[in-house]
Design a protein around this ligand. Structure first.
Ligand SMILES: Cc1cc2nc3c(=O)[nH]c(=O)nc-3n(C[C@H](O)[C@H](O)[C@H](O)COP(=O)(O)OP(=O)(O)OC[C@H]3O[C@@H](n4cnc5c(N)ncnc54)[C@H](O)[C@@H]3O)c2cc1C
Length: 330
C-alpha cells in the first residue's frame, strides 16, 4: 500500500494540472435540494455546497444492497421531532472527510420495497456514527463502511416527502451516471497519453509513430468522440423532456469503458515503467515511491482506479438491464 496516500493524491492532482474537487455536493445532492428540498434546506445547504465549505458523501449502498438498492435495510423510525437511524452503509466514498451524508433509509418496512424509502441528510458528527476505511487496490483509502447506531437526525432533515425517497434517488442517479462519463477528464487523459507516447520510444523512434500504437490511439479517439456526441444528445433530451432518462446509462457504460481503455493503453505506452510499481506494491518495505520519469508516477494507480469505474454509480451490467428495459418497454 502507498505509505502516504495524501502525497499520492497531491501528485495525481498535479499531473492533471488542476485541483481535484468532489462532485458529490454540487453534482448529486445539490440538484436534489434545488428540485425537491424545502426553502429552509436550500438556504441552509446550497451556499456551502457551492463554496465547498461543507463536503458530502453518498450513503446509498449497503452490504447486500448494491445493485438491488431498493432492498436496503437501514431503518429510520420517527420519534417526535427526530428520526432514530440504525443500520450500515458501505462503499461510502470520502465518508471520512465528509461533513454530511445524504442517505436512503427505510421508513416503512411494510410497504413495497421502493415505496418505503426516505431521503435523509445526516450530520457526520452525530453521536452513533462510526466510519471504517476499506483499502483498495490502487493504494487509496477513499471508500468506507459507515455504521449508524441509534443516530438521532432532526425531522427537518427529511428531503421531500416521507417514503418518496426512491423518486429523488432515481433523479440523483441519472445525474451521477452522466457525471461519471467524464468526457472532459478523458480528453485530458488522452492528451497526456499522447505526450507520453511522444517521449517513449519503440525501435529507436517515438512510440507515437508506431503504426500499431497509432491504430489503437485512433480507435480510442473515435470512441471518445462518439461519447461526446452522446453526451450532447443527453443535454438536448434533458432540455426537451426535463430528464436525462436512459441515455445516462449509455453514457455511464461507454464513459467508463473509454476511461479503462485509455488507462490500459497508457500502461502499455509506459512499458517497463508500469511494472515495478505493481511489483513494488507487493513489497512490505516499499516506501510508495514510483519509478521512472515523472509522468509514469500516477499511471499504474490510475489504471487500478479505473477498474472500479464500471462498478460504482451502478454497475455496467445493471445499466445494460436498464437500457434493455427502456428499449423493450418492459
Ligand atoms: C470504488 C467504489 C466507490 C463507491 N462509492 C459509493 C458511494 O459513495 N456511495 C454508495 O452508496 N455506493 C458506492 N459504491 C457502491 C456501488 O454503487 C456498488 O458497488 C454497485 O452498485 C454494485 O453493488 P454491489 O457492490 O453490492 O455488487 P452486487 O450488486 O453484489 O453485484 C455483483 C456483481 O453482480 C452483477 N449483478 C448484480 N445484479 C445483476 C443483475 N440483475 N443482472 C446482471 N448482473 C448483475 C453486478 O453487475 C456485479 O458485477 C461504490 C463502489 C465502489 C466500487
Amino acid at each position: 500500500m502507498v505509505a502516504d496516500p495524501t502525497a499520492y493524491l497531491r501528485r495525481r492532482m498535479f499531473f492533471r494540472r488542476c485541483p481535484a474537487g468532489f462532485a458529490v455536493g454540487i453534482g448529486l445532492v445539490g440538484p436534489v435540494l434545488v428540485n425537491f428540498g424545502s426553502k429552509a434546506q436550500q438556504e441552509r445547504y446550497l451556499p456551502k455546497i457551492r463554496s465547498g465549505d461543507e463536503s458530502w458523501c453518498q450513503g446509498f449502498s449497503e452490504p447486500g444492497s448494491g445493485s438491488d438498492l431498493a432492498s436496503l435495510k437501514t431503518k429510520a423510525v420517527c420519534k417526535g421531532d427526530v428520526f432514530v437511524v440504525n443500520g450500515q452503509k458501505t462503499w461510502t466514498t470520502a465518508a471520512h472527510w465528509a461533513d454530511w451524508m445524504f442517505t436512503l433509509v427505510r421508513t416503512d418496512p411494510d410497504a413495497k420495497a421502493q415505496e418505503g424509502i426516505s431521503f435523509l441528510l445526516i450530520d457526520m458528527t452525530s453521536p452513533g456514527i462510526t466510519v471504517r476505511p476499506i483499502p483498495t487496490i490502487d493504494g487509496e483509502k477513499m471508500v468506507n463502511e459507515v455504521f449508524l447506531e441509534e443516530v438521532e437526525v432532526p425531522a427537518e432533515n427529511l428531503v421531500g416527502e416521507m417514503n418518496k425517497g426512491w423518486n429523488y434517488a432515481k433523479f440523483l442517479l441519472a445525474n451521477e451516471r452522466t457525471g461519471i462519463a467524464g468526457v472532459g477528464q478523458s480528453k485530458a487523459e488522452l492528451r497526456k497519453l499522447k505526450r507520453i507516447a511522444r517521449s517513449e520510444r519503440k525501435n529507436g523512434r517515438p512510440l507515437i509513430e508506431d503504426p500499431q500504437f497509432q491504430a489503437r490511439l485512433a480507435q480510442l479517439e473515435i470512441n471518445l468522440m462518439g461519447l461526446e456526441i452522446a453526451n450532447m444528445r443527453l443535454l438536448v433530451e434533458e432540455q426537451k423532456t426535463g430528464t436525462a432518462g436512459a441515455i445516462s446509462s449509455i453514457l455511464k457504460i461507454r464513459g467508463t469503458e473509454v476511461q479503462q481503455e485509455i488507462s490500459a493503453l497508457t500502461m502499455d505506452a509506459l512499458g517497463p515503467y508500469a511494472t515495478p510499481w505493481i511489483d513494488a506494491s507487493l513489497e512490505a518495505d516499499w516506501n510508495g515511491e514510483p519509478v521512472g520519469p515523472d509522468y509514469a508516477a500516477p499511471v499504474t494507480p490510475q489504471y487500478y482506479f479505473r477498474r472500479k469505474a464500471s462498478i460504482y454509480g451502478g454497475s455496467n451490467e445493471i445499466q445494460k438491464n436498464i437500457l434493455s428495459k427502456a428499449i423493450l418497454k418492459l
